[in-house]
Design a protein around this ligand. Structure first.
Ligand code: CAA
Length: 258
């Protein structure tokens, strides 16, 4: 797979989008490679995934404008669906996904970052949805996820005016959790991934499910979702050990994902 690199180190994996000559722009081939890499993750052992971009300039500079320039209406709808399906798969993956945004995250790049659970950025990162300046709308979830993550008026301003924001403003808006120097970004993403990986995987998975499902439900349904996900953790070996260790005032054994 030439457009992505995948590396697993213990319980942590890093998926790097690797098309630096085009600032990691997403054409159909890159999207298919990401899709395949996600399908190939060994979810029995990997407990957190980091997504980043190759090179020093960009996370992802958007969907591939060259490829899109030739599309018919029908083909464009299909291209949007291709991206949306891959990004939804990332959003719904059974493990947390951290975007380590190491430069431009424009259009499809910002949309990819937004499909991740958590965004960390380098201080040179730039976020934006410049699509209206190209004569199109965002097409990989940007019209929906941006306004769910930052204030609606700010999301509309970013999309209608196409103005980019820098890492610090993205942090102020809550689009990213933390900003690091370029050198410190990946090590800090890995530290966070490790903290997640040390917790009980079933509990993390159920928490992700409860939050991702509940956010689109009314409260009376959402709390039932939580009740079920809470119940799903019980009778697991990790729940028994986690609580027993607390009561015995000792550190729990490494969690087993069982
Ligand atoms: N698609 C295709 N190629 C791209 C690209 C994109 N989105 N972004 C960058 N590239 C290519 C450039 O064409 C250039 O290729 P060549 O060397 O062959 O000319 C190479 O990457 C390097 O880019 P630049 O020379 O432009 O680098 P720069 O430092 O001068 O500028 C940039 C960087 C500001 C990110 C600029 O490249 C840029 O504006 N890119 C486009 C950003 C954009 O509009 N993204 C949204 C795309 S639409 C979308 O994503 C729709 C959707 O929601 C589905």
């Amino acid at each position: 797979m030439s457009n992505v690199n995948y590396e697993q180190d213990g319980n942590i994996a890093v998926l790097t989008i690797n098309r630096p000559k085009a600032l990691n722009a997403l054409n159909s081939e890159v999207l298919s490679d990401i899709n395949q890499a996600i399908d190939d993750i060994d979810l029995d052992t990997v407990r957190a995934l980091i997504l980043t971009g190759a090179g020093e300039k960009a996370f992802v500079a958007g969907a591939d404008i060259g490829e899109m320039s030739e599309l018919t209406k029908q083909e464009a709808t299909e291209f949007s669906k291709l991206g949306n399906d891959v990004f939804r798969k990332i959003e719904q993956l059974d493990i947390p996904v951290i975007a380590a945004v190491n430069g431009f995250a424009l259009g499809g790049g910002n949309e990819l970052a937004m499909s991740c659970d958590i965004r960390l950025a380098s201080d040179n990162a730039v976020f934006g949805q410049p699509e209206t300046g190209l004569g199109i709308t965002p097409g990989f979830g940007g019209t929906q996820r941006l306004m769910r993550l930052i204030p609606v008026g700010k999301a509309k301003e970013m999309i209608y005016a196409g103005n980019n924001i820098k890492a610090d403003e993205a942090k102020d808006l809550g689009l990213v959790n933390e900003v690091y120097t370029v050198e410190e970004l990946l090590p800090n993403a890995k530290k966070l991934a490790e903290r997640i990986a040390n917790n009980a995987p079933i509990a993390v998975r159920m928490s992700k499910h409860a939050m991702n499902t509940g956010i689109d439900e009314v409260m009376d349904e959402a709390i039932v979702t939580e009740e079920n996900d809470f119940g799903n953790c019980f009778e697991s070996e990790d729940q028994v050990e986690g609580m027993k260790a607390f009561l015995e005032k000792r550190k729990h054994e490494p969690f087993k994902n069982k």
